[in-house]
Ligand binder design. Structure first.
Ligand code: BGC
Length: 575
């Protein structure tokens, strides 16, 4: 039953590209494991925990950025794309990690941040120094204007433009002009000008640099944002949409904003695909593109572009049978249309952890976060629903993403003090929005150690405080413990692999969906039943329950299967 490990050399199995059904584990480097006792996670910490990930049964790791960076946006502000930030280690540490991961059959995906650089990137420093009208400024989006050049907002709050003369002296250097520069995110993240040939050449080179080092996938940050509408026109309907536009996910309706999802982005991904093919045709490009509807998202994964796109419609779907069925059908249908695999994801470093979000009830998302004085979610209900959602997700054909700590059932930290918060969203909205820190808290590894073992006993410091609830959820309380969340994930991944669910076919079981709270589908001989209601539901089906997100509350008879309240089961049926 155990997963057959693939090796780094073995890029495809049975001619099915690895990325079509892989389970990817997202590591947020500052919060996974601290190897040197400075209270911040690092690559050595990850290497020391690779056996844990192999035991869990994942096929690849996606690293959020670990590059040289002043950390104005936790590493999504890159100063040098070919260097590891000393906080996280060295290139040698990376090579060692990758080698050990390869031995364990785990592939490496890195984050590529092409929409913007850090203000400490040498190009931006050179642009400031060279002044208005210089070729150096052409690599970014500088404008002369008496007032703001247009009405765009930063996704983190406030205007998307900053004047050079308003920069602090340590950034501005000797520059004294008053040109504006565009930053869709923080003012320390100036947007690159993707009309410039240097920018194109540089990013193909960066992709090849990491692919030559053995990296097999690239998660492309803000993949829908690189090309802006010609002339940078005002955003129509700005006032009404300001709330949605401030989120990194963009607005939820289908109006095309001038800064997102412009048709020109696709030329870039065709160019990248060609560039990567020169080094490794099996290396995958993965779009982080908050784009609606699914048919627009599917354009990013046409055969000559990227290989996967995150399915955020699925992530934000509410706790509701019909909504979920519709989102699974439409997202899968759109991907099938272009021959791409579908991805499934419930949590990441930008959204409220699903063990909390699903108890908030409205599928809420984005950087608004939850503060101590907001209504607090019901942790028990949240975890129960989260496990049901995960067990359903891992039965779907395609590729699935797990965000670090969800395998321990970690909730969002909803009561971080204002002083401890680091997300620029919190700072740029003057605290109006809590931001994303609550899902980025250092993991608990050992319940009785300082910082719950985050620094392996070396320190009690953590860069962001952990809630007391993490103690009982520490890995040492769960690994090998029957009934734990970790063991449920491990078993789900083992069965997913042995039944070939990732490469299977989804068939809706309308005959089992007479009750409005029950979602039912079949994949590779397994019937998956999810109960959204608060009472157990009996289903007229004979079979063996091979996986359940919660213990059955009633005795199962041989002819009737019971789906626990707010739970999901996998049944091997005899029909
Ligand atoms: C990343 C965020 C980041 C933003 C700017 C997003 O989509 O996932 O964490 O703040 O891009 O790089």
């Amino acid at each position: 039953m155990s997963k057959t490990p693939s090796t780094a050399a073995d890029s495809t199995i049975g001619n099915v590209p690895w990325w079509r059904d892989v389970v990817v584990y997202q590591i947020y480097p500052r919060s996974f494991a601290d190897g040197n006792g400075d209270g911040m996670g690092d690559l050595a910490g990850v290497t020391a925990r690779l056996d844990y990930l192999a035991e869990l049964g994942i096929g690849a790791i996606w690293f959020s950025p670990f590059y040289l960076s002043p950390q104005a946006d936790a590493g999504y502000d890159v100063a040098d794309y070919r260097q590891i930030d000393p906080r996280f280690g060295t290139l040698e540490d990376f090579d060692a990690l990758q080698e050990r991961a390869g031995e364990l059959g785990i592939r490496i995906i890195v984050d590529l941040v092409p929409n913007h650089t850090s203000d400490e990137h040498e190009w931006f420093r050179a642009a400031l120094a060279a002044g208005p009208g210089s070729p150096e400024r052409e690599r970014y989006i500088f404008r002369d204007s008496d007032g703001l050049p247009n009405n765009w907002d930063s996704m983190f709050g406030g205007p998307a433009w900053t004047r050079v003369s308003d920069l602090p002296p340590e950034i501005r250097g000797d520059a004294s002009d008053d040109q504006w520069f565009l930053h869709l995110f923080d003012s320390r993240q100036p947007d690159l000008n993707w009309d410039h040939p240097d920018v194109h050449a540089e990013f193909v080179d960066i992709l090849q640099f990491w692919a030559k080092r053995g990296v097999e996938g690239f998660r492309v940050d803000v993949a829908h944002g690189l090309v802006k509408a010609p002339g940078l026109p005002d955003q129509a309907g700005h006032a009404a949409m300001v709330e949605g536009a401030r989120r990194p996910d963009g607005p939820s309706d289908t109006i095309r904003l001038p800064m997102f999802d412009q048709d020109g982005v696709h030329d870039i991904y065709r160019e990248w695909r060609k560039g990567l093919d020169e080094v490794n045709p099996n290396a995958a490009l993965i779009a982080e593109a908050w784009v609606e509807p699914p048919s627009r998202l599917a354009l990013y994964v046409r055969p000559d572009e990227m290989q996967q796109a995150f399915n955020f419609s699925y992530l934000v779907a509410p706790w509701n049978r019909d909504a979920l069925r519709e989102v699974i059908t439409s997202s899968k249908g759109a991907m099938d249309e272009v021959g791409a695999t579908t991805t499934w994801v419930l949590s990441n470093h930008d959204v409220i952890r699903h063990a909390t979000r699903l108890a908030v009830g409205d599928g809420s998302k984005g950087p608004n976060g939850i503060k101590a004085d907001d209504p607090q979610p019901d942790a028990t209900l949240g975890l129960r629903r989260a496990l049901a959602a995960t067990v359903q997700m891992l039965a779907l054909p395609g590729s699935a993403y797990i965000y670090q700590g969800e395998e321990l059932g970690l909730p969002e930290h909803t009561s971080i003090s204002d002083e401890a918060r680091e997300d620029p969203t919190f700072l740029r909205t003057n605290g109006e929005e809590a931001g994303r820190d609550g899902c980025r808290v250092p993991l608990p590894w050992a319940s009785q150690e300082p910082a719950y073992g985050f620094s392996n006993g070396l320190s009690d410091q953590v860069w962001l405080p952990q809630p007391a609830s993490f103690q009982a959820l520490a890995a040492d309380q769960q690994v090998g413990v029957p009934g734990s969340t970790f063991e449920l994930y491990r078993r789900a991944l083992e069965l997913r692999s042995s039944y070939g669910l990732g490469a299977g076919t989804l068939t809706w079981r309308d005959d089992l969906m007479a009750q409005p709270d029950v979602l039912a589908f079949e994949n590779s001989g397994i019937v998956v039943l999810q109960n959204f209601g608060s009472k157990p539901v009996a289903v007229n089906l004979t079979g063996e329950v091979v996986l359940a997100s919660a213990p059955a509350t009633e005795t199962e008879s041989s002819t009737v299967l019971t789906v626990p309240s707010e739970g999901t089961i996998w049944a091997l049926v005899q029909e």
